[in-house]
Design a protein around this ligand. Structure first.
Ligand code: FAD
Length: 67
């Protein structure tokens, strides 16, 4: 119940920030019903991962720093 607001694609208002599960205000609002937490984290965590992966396709990567 961390309160990060997200849209239906788990995007937070800050560009490039995604959130899911307990870090968000979630689908439960201020009262997470017992037994629903893991389901929410699993469903929205997977959705966030899919959207993040898709959103990376058009991002140009900078040079990889040499060690
Ligand atoms: C006592 C208790 C009982 C519960 N019982 C149930 C139940 O029966 N059924 C149910 O559905 N839900 C239950 N829940 C709720 C459920 O556990 C949570 O909703 C769910 O685990 C949230 O998942 P999450 O991935 O959002 O967060 P978390 O499970 O908290 O995962 C966050 C992860 O991020 C890691 N992390 C934190 N900071 C950093 C950092 N800086 N860098 C890298 N990693 C970091 C943490 O170590 C952790 O592994 C229970 C919760 C509690 C506390």
């Amino acid at each position: 119940m961390g309160g990060v607001p997200i849209d239906l694609e788990c995007k937070a208002p800050l560009e490039g920030l995604f959130a899911a599960g307990k870090d968000t205000s979630g689908v439960h609002g201020a009262n997470c019903l017992g037994g629903n937490g893991v389901v929410e984290s699993t469903v929205y965590g997977g959705l966030a991962g899919n959207v993040m992966a898709a959103s990376c396709h058009d991002v140009a990567l900078g040079p990889f720093p040499k060690m």
